[in-house]
Design a protein around this ligand. Structure first.
Ligand code: ZN
Length: 416
């Protein structure tokens, strides 16, 4: 029988309320059995107890926007990496994020969904994965990564995205994803910041009918559609046709945020990838001026959009959008940069913790069992040295995350 685990310290439960000092959380099996005051905690023979003068108990963190197994930021690396290389990179990245306290990730398009079966069978020990499978992109869209090739060659070249055109192809791609075990559908409704001329206000990818078809297929799978959406028009089209999460959201306006609140649509801003891009371009020789200008313009707009969303009461979750690229500054050992970026954007520590826990669980359709510290929920918890409700930057140094517990198992213990 597995040993009972007891965490004693300041409880920050993920719901956003005031921390409760001198708490105890008792874990039995893979569940949180009891939450009480530490002086009321019963003596349980043989229990593993974690206790520290300034220790904090938090839910396991959830990164709501990752791309595992991409092996780098450049498309050439996706086709030159062997499947074994991509797999090894993803496993290393998963290990790395778990050391920082992440017990679950929402993968925004890759083959990471195929890790779920070996994880369930106990062949590998990794954070929980909620994955999109292949991203859907239109011809010439953000996921059509090989536009120097003929379309025929591009369609037949390995990529994290599938190029689809028309309602029937959209439905087919969604059903293939469902067959492969995808947990939700991701579509690209705008271009990206690095492609010339497609992040300005008028740009939008996929027709209303195509988006609606994806939404219907996702609903038939019991899930929802997330949209990579940066330019204003593509955000509008996504929102008007049933998309439930806007990823990036550089150019929001009042109408967008109103619709988001009305539809219960989430925003995952991914500030870290923009910050690393901007920093990289500033220090790299020979970067084209338009690329710098566009990155800087989107960078400013991004924070304004986030403020608009915050003021309107849009639900916001946290994701780094990294790509396993150390040279670019976006390797997964730095994925907690998003805590620092959210602080810079003006959010309070408790708001940031809720984004990194409870909101992530909602986007994983798992808020009944994950995301907050509550009796009966699955025991995904972290024990942090210090008080992140006072100083959120503690979360950016993985040495402060002393203990990580996932599904009732101790997967990191640096208290000794
Ligand atoms: Zn992304």
């Amino acid at each position: 029988m597995e040993k009972t685990i007891i965490l004693k310290g300041r409880l920050i439960d993920g719901n956003g309320g005031k921390p409760v000092e001198e708490s105890a959380v008792i874990i039995e099996g893979n569940r949180i059995k009891t939450i009480c005051k530490s002086h009321e905690c019963p003596d349980i023979p043989g229990a593993v107890i974690y206790e520290s003068e300034n220790g904090s108990i938090l839910p396991g963190l959830i990164d709501s926007h990752v791309h595992l197994s991409w092996c780098g930021a450049k498309a050439i690396e996706w086709i030159t990496a062997t499947p074994q290389m991509a797999m090894a990179q993803a496993l290393k990245d998963l290990e790395s994020v778990r050391r920082s306290g992440y017990t679950a990730v929402r993968d925004m398009g890759s083959d990471a969904i195929f890790f779920k079966e070996p994880a369930d069978k106990g062949l590998i020990d990794i954070p929980r994965i909620f994955g999109a499978g292949k991203i859907l992109t239109q011809i010439g869209g953000h996921g059509d990564a090989y536009q120097k090739l003929t379309l025929e060659a591009a369609v037949n070249t390995y990529s994290p995205a599938v190029i689809v055109n028309g309602v029937d192809e959209v439905r087919r791609a969604c059903r293939i994803n469902a067959r492969n075990g995808a947990d939700f559908i991701k579509i690209m409704t705008t271009g990206g910041v690095f492609s010339l001329g497609d992040t300005a206000a008028p740009h939008s990818h996929f027709s209303r009918d195509e988006i609606r078809a994806a939404v219907e297929e996702a609903e038939n799978m019991g899930t929802y559609v997330a949209a990579h959406a940066q330019a204003n028009r593509g955000i509008h089209t996504a929102l008007e046709n049933g998309v439930k999460s806007i990823e990036h959201g550089f150019y929001l306006d009042e109408e967008c945020v109103e619709l988001m609140v009305k539809n219960g649509c989430y925003l995952v801003p991914t500030l870290s990838i923009m910050h690393t891009s901007k920093t990289y371009f500033e220090h790299k020789e020979g970067v084209l001026e338009y690329l710098k200008d566009k990155t800087n313009a989107a960078y400013e707009a991004h924070y304004k959009s986030l403020e608009l969303a915050r003021n309107a009461g849009v639900k916001i979750a946290m994701g780094c959008d990294f790509l396993s690229d150390a040279e670019f500054g976006c390797s997964y050992d730095k994925s907690t940069m998003e805590f620092e970026r959210m602080k810079y954007a003006g959010f309070t520590p408790l708001e940031i913790i809720t984004m990194a826990t409870k909101r992530g669980a909602e986007l994983m359709l798992a808020s009944d069992r994950l995301g907050t510290v509550e009796e009966g929920k699955l025991a995904d918890l972290i024990y942090v040295e210090g008080d992140p409700s006072e100083d959120i930057l503690l979360m950016t140094d993985q040495r402060n995350v002393r203990v990580v517990i996932q599904d009732g198992r101790i997967v990191k213990d640096e208290t000794k």
